[in-house]
Design a protein around this ligand. Structure first.
Ligand code: DAH
Length: 369
């Protein structure tokens, strides 16, 4: 047969020979075998099984063969097309499997290859401890207040009843911001937030104020010139020393676990009466007191260690903020965060707390948080 357009009459059309058909089958199978991608295989498919492929044309020409030849030609061509289609399907499976394999290999991730991870930081233990303590108070309904580190001298001292001739105001303790006449100091404690809070907020007030404080101090194991405190202030109607003691007991237990506390008279210009809050010694639990055979270095055999200052807010502080001390009263306290960490986490050297060594942060972060 000569092609699809040979419509010149049955006489001119001859049935394809079995050899010719076999050759077409071989060519098709060879073309499929050569195709290694789905795209190549598709091209081969169109060439060998498409509408214009020799076998399709031969199939279409059957009708034009002399009737006697049609049956054999139909069987011959039909079988040939069947073989070609089978070969195509088989090759398609192979090509798809090979392509999938190539893709899987290309996308393989070797999870065992060592990678260089950037070092992960850690919450600084001081920040962690401040957050933790703040949470203790927030859980009781208190708020967290903040104030500036460069503070008005008046708020840092005068509003807290610290007279101009008080020794703490001397340049040996206080860092003044230039020029000194401007009356700005690096706050020496968090207590000026008391005045700010009383001036800014509606009464009653229940706030804790954590933050950095500055003193012209030595840099050694127990002193750093920049450290942290947390201040507490409550001003409401009918507040007594009893409320102070109960609050500080809770604060101490939430921070150190089951620990005994005591308050001992002291003097601060902004509280009256004033007291020092002591914790029972963590090391000797008082056993060293009056027991020269078992001295305790932690508490100097006193049985107690000093944690922070506290007291009933001095009426003068309330008056400085325009509050009537006949109606309102309050209590305040202030603790050093570094000191708290020393007791709580057994951190012996304050310098570790400022040097920013990640190993120190990591070693404490679980405990400090
Ligand atoms: N501001 C004091 C200091 O830095 C600590 C302090 C003592 C704060 C008594 C208080 C307080 O609120 O009532 O040493």
């Amino acid at each position: 047969m000569s092609g699809p357009s040979s419509s010149d009459g049955p006489d001119e059309v001859t049935a394809p020979t079995a050899e010719r058909v076999e050759q077409l089958v071989r060519e098709a199978i060879a073309a499929f075998a050569q195709a290694t991608t789905a795209a190549d295989l598709n091209t081969a498919r169109l060439a060998h099984t498409g509408d214009r492929s020799p076998l399709a044309l031969a199939n279409r020409g059957i009708g034009q063969l002399p009737p006697a030849d049609r049956k054999d030609a139909g069987r011959l061509i039909g079988q040939a097309r069947g073989k070609v289609n089978q070969a195509l399907a088989a090759r398609r499976e192979e090509v798809e499997a090979a392509e999938l394999e190539t893709m899987l290999q290309a996308e393989t991730v070797d999870v065992t290859v060592p990678v260089e991870l950037s070092p992960v930081g850690a919450v600084h233990p001081i920040t962690g401890l401040i957050d933790r303590i703040s949470d203790v108070f927030v859980a009781m309904g208190w708020e967290v207040a903040e104030g500036p580190e460069a503070e008005a001298e008046w708020l840092n001292f005068d509003a807290l009843n610290i007279a101009p001739d008080h020794p703490a105001r001397g340049e040996t303790d206080t860092l003044f911001v230039d020029p000194p006449e401007a009356g700005v100091v690096m706050r020496t404690h968090t207590s000026p937030v008391q005045g700010r809070t009383l001036l800014d907020r509606e009464l009653p007030v229940y706030v804790v104020c954590p933050g950095k404080v500055y003193r012209a101090d030595e840099f050694d194991a127990t002193h750093v010139p920049v450290f942290h405190q947390i201040e507490g202030l409550c001003v409401d109607k009918g507040i007594t020393l009893g409320h102070l003691k109960g609050t500080l007991d809770h604060f101490a237990r939430a921070t150190f676990g089951d620990v005994r506390t005591r308050i001992r008279p002291n003097y601060f210009p902004f509280t009256e009466p004033s007291a020092e809050l002591d914790l029972e010694c963590f090391v000797c639990h008082g056993d060293s007191v009056g027991n020269p055979d078992r001295p305790c270095r932690t508490c100097s055999s006193e049985g107690w260690i000093e944690w922070g200052g506290c007291g009933v807010v001095n009426p003068r502080v309330l008056i400085a903020a325009g509050i009537d001390p006949e109606v309102y009263s309050g209590f305040a306290f202030g603790m050093g965060i570094e000191r708290t960490m020393m007791f709580r986490n057994n951190a012996a050297d304050m310098r570790d707390m400022v040097e920013g060594d990640i190993r120190f942060s990591r070693s404490l972060v679980g405990g400090a948080r």
